[in-house]
Design a protein around this ligand. Structure first.
Ligand code: ATP
Length: 610
């Protein structure tokens, strides 16, 4: 089983779901059966037992028809006239009850499978590596989550049950037809192998259009997400028409793929129906001839014809099942490609809980790259004492954010070790390592919930007093109290109902409440205006006290609050020291000070003064 999983995971990127051959299909079918059907075998069995009733009662209908014609119409038998309707009523009642029960069980299996798929996908999503999530468009997850799971479910639950239900009914009806007159039976059923051959010929075409249709739906979801995320820019640059045109291209090509699928499917209809029409015509001729020349009663003929008509629907469904299965396989590959993504950052089996860390951080000869070919950090060594405030300065792309990512163990170094209080962070549970740090970014992340829930995010045990204390310390309480619903005010999607400074102060309150000894800052005041920045700075000062602080600095005002400045260039530490030392040394820092830091810093400081 493990080997199978690895085999799929390796074929995963990018989008192995789009390719594939027979072996993969067999693997996917086996896996759907093993993971989703087998655990529900009792339900499946129950559904199948009821289907036996459906099949048996269906098979009885032609004989009832035969009896009605022969005994009632030909022999004028009064007793049969009274008994037959009762028998028919009972048979139909049993049939419909069995059908109802079988469909209800099927619906239950189906609902459970969709829910299980979605639960598994969400768990995988929540526990995936940042690297995988960032490398995959979020809309792909959404489309797999909403559309593909339904298609997989359709294949998983319906293929099996529909296969059994329709196969049983077909067997019962074929049996009835051959029993009533085997020559007639062969005449009508003779077209069947040809129809099946025709349908499987269409499969290749169908596979292509179904794949296009599913990935097209993913593309549409991606464009909608992208446009909504960037709607301010879209409007500001007047790109509504071009975005609409781009969306239309995908919408139309998805529509065309859907249409091709339906056309291919529908095309088999006239052929197969024409063929079965010929079978019927031959049966009427031969049956009529035998009727005239003796050997076939009217009842036998009518019983036979009703079986021939009844068998049409189950046979059609059976023939269509391979398409349902094929669509399911394509969708399942897309689902499995996400489920099989193995996290690279894993917790060791013997991982300990990092208890009450003091907040010392060491980078010990750390080398790291987001991919193996291009290292982003080269042999970085640095020791930060508990309570020390360190500013990271350097040109864009130097690796400053990457260093913070490693402290949170979002990624593992390729070589070297990151330590907290002298101990390798890989020896501890991921949760306890991440709990040691609070991260504040330029664009604070708020969830579509109340202010209270956002402050208490990650600290579910916090009571109102603690939440309020954190908000006061973050200079947020005053603005929260002016809101009509106070702490129960919803912040809107991604905090859209609040200003940048308000969002940042809520994020600071969240960090306060979490009480982490290490603070990781990615220039949280850079996106704010002067007035908001003054508030946020004041809040940050409260947060700094007693904590180890690693801050990415683009401004002089930030740098000046640090005990130590670390200058990074192209993934290496090129200078360390205080502002005065480094400014005097005439190196990269002095250059940055003159160019980037001074301008931004002056503006910020001017803003503060205002
Ligand atoms: P800036 O000041 O512009 O934010 P930075 O010093 O923080 O830059 P990093 O974000 O650490 O720089 O990026 C260092 C290098 O790693 C850059 O070359 C960047 O392109 C690359 N990089 C960053 N994140 C990823 C990622 N998720 N996947 C691949 N490469 C990445």
């Amino acid at each position: 089983m493990t080997e199978d999983r690895t085999a799929v995971a390796d074929r995963n990127q990018p989008g192995w779901a789009e390719t594939g051959d027979g072996d993969e299909s067999v693997y996917v079918v086996k896996r759907i059966f093993r993971e989703f059907i087998w655990p529900r075998r009792k339900l499946v069995l129950r559904s199948m037992l009821t289907m036996i009733f459906v099949a048996a009662t269906t098979g009885a209908l032609p004989f009832l028809m035969q009896t009605a014609a022969d005994r009632v119409f030909i022999q004028k038998d009064q007793t049969t006239l009274y008994i037959l309707p009762l028998v028919v009523a009972v048979v139909m009642a049993v049939r419909s009850l069995a059908e109802y029960s079988s469909r209800m069980t099927e619906a239950r299996i189906s609902g459970e499978i969709v829910a299980e798929l979605r639960e598994k996908l969400f768990r995988r999503l929540a526990n995936s590596d940042l690297g995988f999530l960032q490398g995959t468009h979020s809309a792909r997850f959404v489309s797999v989550f909403s559309a593909d799971t339904l298609v997989v479910n359709q294949a998983a639950s319906q293929t099996l049950t529909a296969l059994v239900r329709n196969a049983l009914q077909s067997v019962a009806l074929v049996g009835a037809m051959l029993w009533l007159d085997w020559v007639l039976g062969i005449l009508v059923l003779g077209s069947l192998p040809i129809s099946i051959m025709l349908m499987s010929k269409q499969r290749r075409k169908l596979t292509k259009s179904v794949k296009q249709s599913l990935s097209g739906s993913g593309d549409i979801a991606r464009i909608v997400a992208q446009t909504l995320a960037g709607i301010r820019v879209v409007k500001a640059y007047g790109q509504e028409a071009s975005e609409t045109a781009r969306a239309l291209r995908h919408i139309e090509s998805t529509r065309d793929a859907g249409l091709r699928t339906q056309k291919t499917r529908a095309r088999t209809g006239p052929f197969t129906e024409g063929l079965s029409g010929l079978g019927f015509a031959a049966a009427i001729f031969y049956g009529g001839w035998r009727g005239i020349h003796g050997g076939l009663t009217l009842g036998e003929f009518m019983g036979f014809m009703s079986a021939a008509m009844l068998i049409y629907q189950p046979l059609k469904t059976l023939a269509n099942l391979q398409n349902v299965l094929m669509e399911g396989i394509i969708a399942a590959r897309r689902v499995f490609s996400i489920l099989d993504e193995e996290p690279k950052v894993v917790e060791r089996a013997e991982a300990k809980v990092l208890l009450n860390p003091a907040g010392a951080i060491t980078f010990d000869h750390v080398t790291f790259g987001y991919n193996e070919e291009t290292p982003v950090l080269h042999d970085v060594s640095l020791t930060i004492q508990p309570g020390q405030k360190v500013a990271f300065v350097g040109p864009s792309g130097a690796g400053k954010s990457t260093l913070l990512n490693l402290v949170l163990r979002f990624y593992d170094p390729a070589s070297g070790v990151v330590r907290i209080d002298g101990q390798n962070i890989a020896d501890f549970t991921l949760a306890s390592v991440r709990k040691a740090s609070a991260l504040l970014t330029q664009d604070p992340v708020l969830f579509d919930d109340t202010i209270r829930a956002n402050i208490a995010y990650g600290s579910p045990e916090a009571d109102q007093a603690a939440i309020e204390a954190a908000a006061r310390a973050a200079d947020a309480h005053s603005f929260i109290s002016t809101l009509e619903k106070g702490y129960d005010t919803p912040v809107g999607e991604a905090g859209s109902l609040l200003s940048g400074g308000q969002k940042q102060r809520i994020a600071i309150a969240r960090a306060m409440l979490r009480g982490a000894p290490i603070l990781l800052l990615d220039e949280p005041t850079s996106a704010l205006d002067a007035n908001s920045e003054a508030h946020v700075q004041a809040a940050l000062d409260g947060l700094f006290a007693g904590r180890t602080v690693l801050m990415i600095a683009h401004r002089l005002s930030t740098v000046k609050r640090a005990d130590m400045i670390v200058v990074l260039d192209k993934g290496r530490i090129v200078e360390t020291g205080t502002h005065d030392e480094l400014a005097a040394a005439g190196g990269l820092y002095a250059h940055l000070h003159k160019t980037q830091l001074s301008g931004a810093g002056a503006a910020a400081e001017g803003g503060n003064a205002a």
